[in-house]
Structures are given as structure tokens and as C-alpha cells.
Design a protein around this ligand. Sequence first.
Ligand code: SAH
Ligand code: SF4
Ligand code: F3S
Length: 434
Amino acid sequence: MKNVYIETYGCQMNQADSGIVGKVLVENGYSLVNNQDDADVILINTCAVRDNAEKRIHNRVHDLQSLKKKNPLLKIGIIGCMAERLKDSLINEDKAEIVCGPDSYRRIHELIDLNGGIDTELSKEETYEDIIPVELNSDGISAFISVMRGCENFCTYCVVPYTRGKERSRSPESVIAQAKKLFDEGYRDITLLGQNVNSYIYNEDGKDVRFAELLIRVAKINPLLRVRFATSHPKDLSEELVDAVASYNNICKYIHLPVQSGSDAMLAKMNRKYTSEQYLQKIDLIRKKIPDCAISTDVIAGFCGETLEDHNRTLEIFRKVRYDSAYMFKYSDRPGTVAHKRFEDDIEEKEKVRRLQEIIDLQRELSLESNQKDIGKIFEVLVEGESKRDKTKYFGRTSQNKVVIFDKQDNKKGDYINVIIENCTSATLFGKKI
Ligand code: SAH
Ligand code: SF4
Ligand code: F3S
């Protein structure tokens, strides 16, 4: 029982967490394998944010039962946000042996050694800051560093505060040490992560270090290290943070600022704590201080009681901001949330799909327009790997987080090159090294 295969779903934070789980296992004598057929234990790191994410996992765990026929000793573990939400029902109904929540990863090997078990205790302090994660499925160039855990915003639709618990930040020292190590190993693009990264706060020798300062300290490690961050809650996006992004060339000119809805009525009902006007003021601040900054968003279509007028407000705010890209979802009712308890999930599925599609279609136009504006411009691109579609080409990203495809020539992964953009689709830029 020594080979473990870890499969990760959900957000970037889960990616980072899987690295922590991997490290705990390696330190306790387990080996990590890349193939489920070689595994004695399969761990699935899960997301609970929408019902379809959970359905996928139930199906996956169901399918894995057939592997147990070949290998009766195989153990299946569900870890992460679904583990936290569904607890022992995953053992009783899904036939998993191990259930381990996001704050219990230090014990993951014990649960395996015991031949199964459950631990979903949430913690107020756990940040795993002393555990330097293994880099799973790594390209050797990009990595995530989780700098804070938990969320206390309690947006009414969202399950994360219940699956991830209280907010807590790790020491700047431990973040810098991990970033330095990654840089020395050749990594060049690091994303600092938190569900709510702007509320990072750590008391260092009697003085509070906030997120803008942490970001600057990481950026100062080396000008060749690109630094990104996610996710910023609009209510906490400070001028200081915008100034930090503006002032350092290697802090990427890309801000993910989820709006969720363009309607003030919906925003209030979602408990987002800002109005559309306040949101647009933040956008103005970014545009004023960082003219070349790309901005992306998350949005939810068909939240409880959303009228056509509310929906049109969402389309309107998309047109006003002209997002470079967006993650778009239809509302999924989550048991345990305030919305589930207090509001009716009353927009019909067909109508949710229609509204979502309308947003997707609009965003496709906006993304295309944003990319077309880049044609003829020169960008510094970090070479990140071979293009999946065309092995004669590389792909990389601009500071603005746009993917660029270009000829390989004499470059290698990890190089910075200047590329002139010649063509584009709504999703990709195509260019030539100059
Ligand atoms: N902390 C981040 C991301 C949270 S989850 C933030 O606040 O922006 C990522 C996205 O999933 C959210 O931004 C939201 O757009 C979406 N989401 C969360 N709960 C959802 C639900 N119940 N139904 C549909 N989308 C949801
Ligand atoms: Fe969920 Fe809101 Fe927290 Fe984001 S800020 S994780 S949407 S509760
Ligand atoms: Fe999903 Fe948990 Fe991340 S619910 S979005 S995996 S924090």
C-alpha cells in the first residue's frame, strides 16, 4: 500500500493543496505515481462549488469501483471541499474509504495507514506554511503559492466559507522562502493564491504585513520572476495594491476582479458588499493607474429572483468594463448556504442556460475585440512549453495573461522573448519573435 495517485479538480487552491498532500505522503514513505493503474491508493481532490462539479466526482468514484475488482486492496480517498461538505456520506454512499477535509492533510497518511477513515475538522490556524509542497503535474515554469486560506465573506450563493473555514494568512517569510526555492529551480511565473487574497494580513514582529507589501516582497526576489495573484474581492481591492501592480514590471498587468452580477439588487442579495457603481470605480482606478492592465471576471447567471432587467444590467456592465476574459456560470443552488435557506431558486434551467449563453456570446465578442487591439503590438512573452496543437510551435503568455503561439526557433522554456502579434482568435494570439 505505498503508491498513491492524486487527481485534482476545482480551483487553483486545490492544485496547491494537492502538492501539500503529496509532500506529506512522500515524507511518510509513500510514492506518488502518475497513473491510476499503478496505484494502491487513489486520492481525488474535489470541488463543491457547483452541483455539476460534484456530480462529476460521484461518477468518477463510481467508475473507480471497477478497478477494485482487479485490485481488491485499492483504497479510494475523497479529499478537499466535497469531503468537507459531504463527510461520511462519501463512505456510506460513494464507497470511498478515506475522507479528508482541507485542514486535515497533515493526517492523510494516518488515514491511509488505518486502512481508511474520516477527518473533516476545520482549523482556525492551519496554513501548512512549514510544508514545502511537491509540484504535481508541473511544467517547470508556472507554480501556485497559497498565501492565505479560508473565506469569511459569506456570499449567499457560495459554499466555500463552509468548506474552507476561517480566513488565516501564512507568514511572509514562508511565502518568500517558497518563492525563492521555486525561482532557483527554474520557475518563472508564480501565482499567489487565496479565496480572498486582498485580505491577507500577517502580524510580523508587531507590524501588520498586508497583501500589497507581500506582493512587492515576492516581486523583489528577482526581476525575472513573474508574479500574479488571485482572487481579489472588489470591496478589498486597495489603491495600494493597484499602485504595487503599476510600479513593478514583473508584477503581471492582469487583475481578476469577479463582478458576479451587474445588478445592484442581485449584488445586495448575493451579499457582495459593493454596488455596480463602486465596482466600476475600482475598474476606473485600475485603468487610470495601469492603462495596459487586462481585467477578467466571474459572473453568475440566473441567481434567485434575477429579472430580465437584472440580467441586462449584467450584460451592460460587461459592455462597460470590456473584460479581456471571463469565467461564466449559471447559478447552482448549494445546500447549507444562505441563498438555499432564504431564497427560492426560481429561474428555470432553460432560462438560466439562455442567459448564460447570452453572456458567453457577448464575452466572445469582447475577448476578440481585446485580442484584435493587440495586433501589431509587441509583448514580452515567457516561453512556457510546446503548443498542444502544433509541435513546431511554442506557447507562452503575456503579462496580461493572454496565450501567444509562435515559432520555436532557438528559444527554450523559461526564456523571455519579444513577440509581435500578427493574428488572433477570441482565445489566442499568434505572433512572431522579433
Ligand atoms: N473567492 C473567489 C472565487 C470563488 S469560487 C471569489 O470570490 O471570486 C469561483 C466562482 O464560482 C465564483 O466567483 C462564482 O462566480 C462561482 N460560484 C460560486 N458559487 C456558485 C454557485 N452556487 N453557483 C454558480 N456559480 C458559483
Ligand atoms: Fe465564495 Fe464570496 Fe468567498 Fe468568493 S468571496 S469564496 S464567492 S464566499
Ligand atoms: Fe471548489 Fe473548494 Fe476551490 S469548493 S472552487 S475547490 S475552494
